[in-house]
Structures are given as C-alpha cells and as structure tokens.
Write a protein that binds this ligand. Structure first.
Ligand SMILES: [Cu+2]
Length: 567
C-alpha cells in the first residue's frame, strides 16, 4: 500500500534531529556548554556497572489487556459516595489489580545470577511488570480496585521503595479521589478504588487521550516504587481511534492495530504495541540497584523495554503503531532507527496530532509519550534494525547536550523482520484529531511556576511539597494561562500537571510548530526554558499536584498541591 504523504508536514533537514521536548529549538551553544560537564557524579565505587548481558536475545514482553471481573465478586461493593459523579458515569467494566513483591526475568543472564535463579526482585501488578494494559473506550466508565498485597516495610525484600501505594493514571481526566494524589495511599492489606469516568474533557471528542500509563505516585517514594516495577500502560480508544485498521466507520482513522487482545503472548492488539522504557542498573546478584543518596536523579546503564533488557521483537513487513513511553525515573532519550530511516510521529504525550509528522528521531523526557508508525515493508525478510538512544546523559540532572554516535549509542531494542505476506489495511491518515479551540477571552488568571534548586533540594516557586498548602485554586469552568520556567542553567525538568492537558501558546517566545502543536501534559524544560500554556479546568473538583517528572526531583520535594474549586 502506498503511503499518502500529501498533507503530511515534512520536517526540514534541521528539524529532523531537533529535540522536540526542548520546544523544537536546538539548544543554544551557551546552553550546550553549560550542560557539558567533564565527568558525571556517578562513581564506579558507589554504582558499579551492571553485569554484562547479551543484547537482543530476550523477546519483548507484551502485557495482555487487563481482564474484567464480575462486580458481584468484589468482597466490598464500590461505595458511590466516595466518588464524584459515580451515578452519572456508572462503571461498565470492573477490574482488580493486586500489587505484590516477587521475581521478574529482566534477562535470562541476569536471572542466572539471582539466588536460586528465581529472577530479579520486582514489585508487580497481577504478577507482571509492566502490569496488564488497561484498555478502555470513551463512553464506557471503568472501575479499578487496586490491592496493596506488598509485605509490610519490615518484611519487604526489595531494598528500596516504601510499600504504601498510590496509583496515578497519567493523565486521564480523573476525579481527584481516583487520581492517585500522593497522600491518597493504601498500606499493605488495604485497597484503593479508582473510578475512571471515561468522559472527554468538556465532552469534546477533540480532548481524547490515546496513550496513557499508570504508575505509583506514593509521596516521597515515587521514583523508587516505580523503579521497583510499579508501572503499566493504558490505551483509550474511541470511534475514530478505534484500534481496528479494518474499521468500517466512515471517520475511523484505521491506524495499525487489529483488536486481537488477549491472544498468544506477543499478540496484544497485533500491530498496536506499547513500549515503556526504564533504565535500570543491576547489582552483581541480578537485582535492581539504586543510590538513594543522589538527589540529582538516577540513571541506569541498561535500557529495558517493557522490563526486558534490550529485547527483540519479530515484525512483519507492514506498518506498526508503537506507543513509546519514557517511564523514567530520570533519563531523557532521543530514539532513532539504526539505519536512520524516517518514521511518522502521530501523537504527543498520548494526544493524537492534527497531522502526522515525518521524522528520523523522537525525543522523550521522563513521562513524555509519543506514538509513531514505522513501516517495515521496506526491509527484507531476515533483516534486523535496531532502535538506539543517542541522547547523552551523564548524571540525573538532564542531558549533557551531546549526541552519542557509533558504538557509544545505547541499545534499546531490535526489530527482526520475518518472512510474511501479511495484509495491511492500516493507513497513515492525512488528518487525525483537531485541536480544541483556544479562547483567550475566557482567561481569568495567569500564574507562573518556577522550577529551581535551593539548599540541596528541588523547589517550585521556592517551596517544597507540603500537602497542607494549596498553591493555586482555579475555579471550575474557567481558563488560565500558566507559565513554566526552568530557572536552572544546567538541568532539565519535565514539568507535569495532573488532570488537564494544556496547549502551548509560546515556547521561549515562539509559537509552537510540528509535534509541539499539540495537547500535552509534560512540558520538558531545558536550561532556562520558558513555556507559556493554555489551560481550562472543568468537570471535577478537588486536589491535584504539579511536579517535576524526574521522579527523583519530585521525591525531593519538587511538587506542589493545587486544587480545582467549585465554579
Ligand atoms: Cu526536575
């Protein structure tokens, strides 16, 4: 099938390698110089390299879709009074996830090193990390009960983390009490109920999110609890982004995917595959290692995709949709194919773009997501093509400003092209989802959030996280302009606000273009960057957070509470 490129925005040669998270502008020479430090602060004495493992020998793990349970089987029935608008959005699907401590095969050569070859220690959802994928549809409300079945703090084997759990479905339009507010946690033996209304913000289908992830958000322990294994993916479909490339609906986008969830391992929706990246360092006994004393951030030396170290995936000679997530805690990526071939970016932070953008790389900061379409029909059976990370980073503060090349590129994963003559009814649409309108007449307030560093801790507007202080209280039904500023000259901060997506008005004074012309929920700010964004606040009230999504910064107090108050 011929790819239609008629209306597709073609990035110019310079833009093709542009770090989009930095506002689509290359870092200035001054900023690059400030970023380039002679050595990282990691010392081999405190953080030795992981044991050597052979790349591309472990098959990619593709989690199945979470299976619904019969609501009658819930031992305690859901309490409608605990949830805003529960009766209006009565759940159609019910799910349970049990969070446990166990063992995970990150790589068989690491498992060989573990005691009794049981696998690396991991915290998991229903026995896997990533947990099963929450597949939901707009208009079909969902109820998820998450049980904390972890051992108590004095009994856990995991040397890091704290066994209290708060789960954030990033960045669903979720009522506060179900949002994974960092103080809304369940101790071992307790559960927390999450009600996802599956409504579009403001009932506007152009506000749909497509690619989301859920992860632990425990106050002070988000980085360690996610690093221990507590993350998973979520996919929201609707009538145009239906997950079915054979969809007969006249407005269906027919992106790659054939709705074959729950089949044989590796077949979860066939050609629509989620890839979550976490960089991990392993100790000599094959367990995840972590330096809790480094508050700049944590870097692993091995990249895991869906918690397999440098896996491979067999692909057919056709188009695939990959939903790519930076699961953190602190690493930034620029991903490109080994042969430098282009692909199409179709979303930013889980939101479909208006038009696909052709590019040869994507740039992600912690919690950024992008969906891409890669067409493997140009390869021959038996060929392999690797995904590499070319973003150099030598400590947790942010990218060094340099690019890795040749053998210094970091292995991410390998695609192995298999011999097949498979049908491909998917398309790369000319137009996907319109951006919601921006009406500046609705703006009632303008606020500034400055991300900085004071007294060895990370601050927002000079303050540390204090859940008793409400730093902003926008009224429901209003719009505001928010400014995110990075006051630091040598670090990057992925700034994340829960609940609503924003649209960029200006990035360092320039109007957004390309993939930045989108809805987003993480503004990844390079040194001295300034993003001016447009928000509307609707549908639910309660407490939410704004924080740096370098989870180590977040845990070292770079977070504030803000509330939506009744209009
Ligand atoms: Cu930060």
């Amino acid at each position: 099938m011929t790819i239609k490129r008629r209306q597709i925005l073609k990035a110019g040669a310079a833009a093709l390698t542009t770090p989009a998270i930095f506002g689509g502008a290359m870092l200035s020479k001054t900023a690059q110089a400030q970023l380039c430090r002679p050595t990282g602060i990691r010392s081999p004495g405190t953080e030795p390299d992981s044991p050597p493992v052979t790349p591309f020998t472990e098959p990619l793990f593709i989690p199945d879709a979470l299976s619904p349970v019969n609501p009658a089987s819930l031992t305690t029935p859901p309490d409608p009074n605990r949830h805003q608008r529960f009766d209006e959005f009565q759940p159609i699907k019910y799910y349970e996830q049990r969070i446990t401590e166990g063992y995970w095969n990150y790589h068989s050569e690491l498992t060989q090193l573990t005691p009794n070859q049981s696998g690396s220690l991991a915290w998991m959802y229903n026995g896997s990390t990533p947990g099963e994928t929450l597949v939901a549809r707009y208009g079909e409300p969902v109820f998820v009960r998450r049980y904390n079945d972890l051992p108590t703090a004095d009994q856990i084997q995991m040397p890091i983390g704290y066994p209290a759990i708060s789960t954030h479905l990033h960045n669903a339009h979720t009522a506060s009490e179900s949002d994974g507010y960092p103080m809304d946690f369940a101790e071992p033996g307790q559960f927390w109920d999450h009600h996802y209304a599956m409504m579009y913000a403001r009932n506007d289908p152009n506000e749909a999110l497509a690619s989301l992830w859920y992860h632990d958000h425990m106050i002070d322990f988000t980085a360690t609890n996610v690093y221990a294994g507590l993350s998973g993916m979520a996919i929201f479909y609707d009538h145009i982004d239906s997950g079915d490339e054979n969809d007969k609906h006249p407005h269906a986008l027919r992106l790659p995917g054939n709705m074959r969830f729950g089949g044989a391992p590796g077949s979860a929706n066939g050609y629509d595959i989620s890839l979550i990246l976490h960089d991990v360092r392993f100790d000599s006994s094959g367990n995840p290692a972590y330096n809790v004393f480094d508050t700049d951030g944590h870097l692993g030396d091995l990249i895991t995709v869906n918690r397999k170290v440098m896996p491979y995936l067999n692909v057919e000679r056709r188009k695939y949709r990959f939903r790519i997530y930076d699961g953190g805690p602190s690493r930034f990526y620029e991903l490109q194919l080994g042969d430098g071939d282009p692909f199409f970016i179709i979303s930013n932070d889980g939101n479909l773009l208006e038009e696909p953008v052709e590019a040869t790389s994507i740039v992600l900061g912690p919690a950024n997501r992008q969906d891409v379409i890669i067409d493997f029909s140009r390869y021959s059976p038996g060929q392999t093509v690797e995904f590499f990370n070319v973003m150099e980073q030598i400590n947790g503060q942010g990218p060094s400003g340099r690019r890795l090349d040749g053998p210094s590129r970091m292995n991410v994963m390998q695609f192995r092209i298999i011999d097949s003559n498979v049908e491909d009814n998917s398309q790369i649409p000319d137009f996907m989802r319109k951006l919601p309108p921006i009406n500046l007449n609705e703006v009632v307030a303008e606020r500034e959030w400055v991300f900085d560093h004071d007294m060895g801790l990370w601050t927002v507007n000079g303050s540390f996280m204090d859940p008793t202080i409400i730093s902003a209280a926008p009224r429901q039904g209003t719009a505001e302009i928010w400014h995110f500023r990075n006051a630091g000259s040598s670090w990057a901060h992925p700034c994340h606000v829960h609940f609503e997506e924003f649209q960029v008005l200006e990035w360092n004074g320039k109007k957004p273009t390309g993939v930045l012309r989108s809805r987003k929920d993480v503004a990844t700010l390079g040194p001295n960057d300034h993003a001016k964004v447009f928000y509307r606040f609707d549908d639910f009230v309660g407490r939410y957070v704004i924080h740096c999504h370098n989870n180590v910064h977040e845990d070292n107090a770079m977070m504030l509470r803000w509330d939506i108050t009744p209009g």
